[in-house]
Ligand binder design. Structure first.
Ligand code: ATP
Ligand code: MG
Length: 427
């Protein structure tokens, strides 16, 4: 195969056989989000590069090295979205949706990050994303976390746990940041290159380092939780109390800082031990400052995004199987006149029996081959239309599995007979 034809590294085809699992996840979340009052919204896949720089932060992995950026003209730099929150926040501002309003929104779709591809980490991946704009919390923080806990139950996923932290406000973080810089400067000799660079730009990100050699120095660093401002502390206590009252277990992780700069106060991550190194399946937090930072009116907000590929993998690990629905009636054709009449006949049946799935044999084949296809299709019932039968104004209905007998039915009565017959075969 020529390299021209290969898929781009880290970007996957989702084949038809995988789609039922994806659709199950989509359907469960769509239903759940509606039950909690979230409305779907869609935003472009491409935004101005500046949006992501301003929202996500200059000293983050995403902005520093993972964005797919291109330009169609000298004065316009565009980027494939690496995440959805920035686009939703931008859309809320540019469409004038805020004005003190409270918006509960969700969106989903592909995201793009130029990371090193490995199992569970891709360059095009998919997220399902929740954003609650205009809510100061912590009630809504607790509610969206409770909603995700319910989602795991509906998906039959048990190997997940909730990690929780509070980052405080930007102001309280400034004090902490100074302490952190002082601490890491004392240990400058053991910092890796990334961390040394971050020391000037965004020292909190050092805490998020995955480098094993850095873990010792990180574990000795001062804790953000000890520097929370009183309001943030109260906010966080409110959140943990509500979670406890709803029997939602969590683990406090004072080193959870998240990879995007826009977070404030609540941050959380659902992690699993079932996927190897890529353990985060749903991550989010509060971003009270983001909308002002982008030029909108001050609007407290909280949200999360989950990785569809990783969650589908977890769903499959539960042992559940997902399959596309089979047709209910497979139409077998014997003869050329029958072949010419079949489409019109089945179209009429589709009019009369909306919701029933017919698959009409296409592309010919002898009787035996067609029955083999009928069998493979999984349809419980075959409708056999032959030249003779057509002549006499009838068709045969033949159960495919049980020992049911083939019956001859006048064409005009097919629509009346098929539903009951299907019910008896499936029941
Ligand atoms: P990680 O620590 O795994 O890099 P992250 O903190 O970068 O995750 P977010 O930016 O918060 O993740 O995105 C939310 C979710 O999207 C993650 O919890 C994860 O499930 C998923 N995700 C993030 N990056 C990728 C990727 N490159 N491939 C597949 N899924 C991803
Ligand atoms: Mg990442």
């Amino acid at each position: 195969m020529s390299t021209q034809l290969a898929a781009v590294r880290g970007m996957n085809d989702v084949l038809a056989g995988q789609m039922p699992a994806w659709q199950h996840l989509e359907q469960v979340t769509r239903t759940l989000f509606a039950e909690y009052g979230f409305q779907e919204m869609r935003v472009p896949i491409v935004e101005h590069t500046q949006l992501f720089k301003r929202a996500i932060g200059e000293f983050t992995d995403i902005v520093e090295k993972e964005m797919y950026t291109f330009s169609m003209s000298a004065d316009e730099s565009l980027t494939l979205r690496p995440e959805a929150t920035a686009g939703i926040a931008r859309a809320a501002i540019t469409n004038g949706l805020l004005r003190g309003a409270r918006l509960k929104l969700w969106t989903s779709g592909p995201m793009f990050r130029h990371e090193r591809p490995q199992k569970g980490r891709y360059r095009q991946f998919h997220q399902i994303d929740i954003e609650a704009l205009g809510f100061p919390g912590p009630d809504v923080d607790a509610e969206i976390i409770a909603m995700t806990a319910r989602m795991w139950r509906r998906l039959g996923i048990t190997r997940v746990k909730l990690k929780l932290n509070s980052l405080g406000t930007t102001e309280s973080r400034r004090v902490y940041r100074e302490k952190l810089v002082a601490y890491f400067q004392q240990h400058a000799d053991v910092l890796d290159e990334d961390s040394r660079r971050r020391l000037g730009g965004n020292p909190l990100r050092i805490l998020d380092s995955k480098n094993p050699a850095m873990q010792a120095v990180i574990s000795g660093a001062p804790l953000l939780t000890e520097h929370l401002d009183p309001e943030s502390r109260e906010h966080f206590e409110g959140l943990t109390a509500m979670l406890a009252a709803s029997n939602i277990d969590y683990v406090l992780d004072p080193r959870l800082v998240r990879g995007l700069d826009y977070y404030s106060r609540t941050v959380f991550e659902w992690v699993t031990d079932a996927l190897g190194a890529q353990d985060a399946v749903c991550s989010g937090g509060r971003y009270d400052g983001l909308i002002t930072q982008l030029g909108g009116e001050a609007t407290p907000a909280v949200g999360f995004a989950m990785g569809v590929e990783r969650i589908v993998e977890l769903m499959q690990q539960t042992g559940a199987t997902f399959a596309a629905p089979s047709p209910q009636v497979y139409v077998v054709i014997a003869g050329s006149r029958a072949g010419r009449a079949a489409l019109a006949l089945v179209e009429r049946l589709r009019d009369e029996l909306p919701g029933i799935a017919f698959e009409t044999n296409a592309g010919g084949g002898n009787f035996k081959a067609q029955f083999r296809r009928a069998d493979r299709s999984g349809a419980p019932l075959a409708l056999v239309l032959g030249d003779d039968e057509l002549e006499r104004g009838v068709a045969q209905l033949k159960p495919m599995r049980q020992e049911g007998v083939q019956i001859e039915v006048p064409l005009a009565e097919l629509a009346g007979r098929i539903p009951a017959l299907l019910k008896s075969l499936q029941g």
